[in-house]
Design a protein around this ligand. Structure first.
Ligand code: FAD
Length: 352
């Protein structure tokens, strides 16, 4: 087995890991970025075909490198992938692809950390930044198991385009975020009945340039979670893009049924406003849970969520990036990756 020494190891080459790499490079630190995927940007490239960013290019930049093309546009998911690739190339960031970290633990001699990859390489590092995505384990409600086997079920992370779902009969999309709305609209374009189990308590915001100017300039997106106001906002449901909601409501074959509460043996969903008929398929756009089982360090809450302060953990030299509300509302957004990465890198370098 090959063992490599490196000062700092970044695990995950999405926007959070690349922003960390940018600041490590600025500080002249020796580092390597590992990613399990075959290409930088692959997480965006493999998201569903109809996906567009809800944030305009000008509000979605990483440090030191603007998006090519019009700053006012809402980029497609493939443009997001290309931007991340261009970013890594522009700064010649040392990204090692096809390297899945399968174990992170204290090094045997207690001088740092040891990371094993599925490809058989072991890394020894003084510092490790974990930027493997907010949460990576697809989550669905427990009542999903109540659906009979003939109902096709897939998580939003497995959904790419309408043809994946066979038949022409009724389908349901369960979820109260933008992904649910966009996937439901995508399915509705086929003309089949689409039942949208969307929580009506969720608000919607007008996703225009003015809104983004106000969100940015007012400082709303950077209110820290450490403040009373930040904590209050953090516990509110995330609003969705009003344009996506309105577009979906215009499809005569899209039916809003409210929050889903139970599945029946006949293959229907019971929901707050109205129950669905027996369904041919359900897409669960119900988010992700923590997926850090490969991190063998005492830095987690009992439910598996990382325990940290603005990304810094109790294990000296180990930090997280890219978690929702790592510091503020923009922490898990493209435009928020830079400020969080800067803070984490500066503090890691000062403290270890
Ligand atoms: C459908 C959807 C739409 C979104 N739209 C927007 C938007 O419009 N605007 C916006 O600002 N944000 C948006 N986001 C939120 C956020 O910007 C993205 O989720 C973004 O991909 C998060 O970046 P990240 O770097 O934290 O994680 P990721 O992009 O998930 O990158 C993590 C990287 O880590 C790698 N990795 C994971 N595990 C391992 C391992 N064990 N070993 C090695 N490598 C590993 C992965 O291959 C990946 O490359 C959206 C999110 C979703 C899900």
């Amino acid at each position: 087995m090959l063992t490599k020494q490196v000062d700092t190891l970044v695990i995950g080459a999405g926007q959070a890991g690349l922003a960390a790499a940018y600041y490590l490079q600025q500080h002249g630190v020796e580092f390597v970025v590992l990613d399990e995927r075959p290409a930088v940007g692959d997480v965006w490239a493999t998201r569903f075909e109809a996906l567009r960013l809800f944030s305009p290019a000008w509000a979605s930049g990483l440090p030191g490198f603007s998006w090519p093309g019009s700053a006012l546009r809402y980029p497609t998911k493939d443009e997001a992938a290309a931007y991340l690739q261009a970013y890594a190339n522009h700064f010649r960031l040392p990204v090692q692809l096809g390297q899945r970290a399968i174990q992170l633990s204290f090094a045997n001699d207690a001088t740092g950390y040891r990371v094993e990859t599925a490809a058989g390489t072991t890394y020894q590092a003084q510092r490790v930044i974990i930027s493997t995505g907010a949460y990576s384990a697809p989550k669905q409600p427990e009542f999903a198991t109540g659906l009979p086997p003939h109902v096709q079920q897939l998580h939003s992370s497995q959904y790419h385009q309408p043809h994946q779902i066979s038949g022409t009969g009724p389908v349901a999309v369960v979820g109260s975020g933008n992904s649910a709305l966009q996937i439901a609209a995508d399915l509705a374009t086929t003309g089949r009945p689409v039942f949208v189990a969307f929580d009506e308590a969720v608000g919607a915001f007008p996703n225009n340039q003015l809104t983004w100017v106000v969100l940015k300039k007012s400082g709303f997106l950077s209110i820290p979670r450490a403040t009373l106001l930040g904590r209050h906002i953090m516990h509110q449901p995330e609003p969705v893009v009003r344009g996506d909601l309105q577009r979906l409501k215009q499809f005569p074959n899209a039916h809003f049924v409210g929050r889903a509460t139970r599945a029946t043996a006949e293959g229907a969903l019971e929901a707050q406003r109205q129950n669905t008929p027996p369904l041919e398929a359900v897409v669960w756009a119900t988010g992700f849970g923590p997926g850090f089982q490969w991190v063998n360090l005492p830095i987690f809450e009992p439910d598996g969520t990382p325990r940290h302060q603005r990304g810094l953990t109790a294990a000296p030299g180990v930090a997280f990036l890219g978690l929702p509300w790592l510091n503020n509302r923009s922490s898990a957004l493209m435009g928020g990756a830079g400020p969080d990465a800067r803070y984490v890198v500066e503090h890691l370098l000062k403290s270890t």
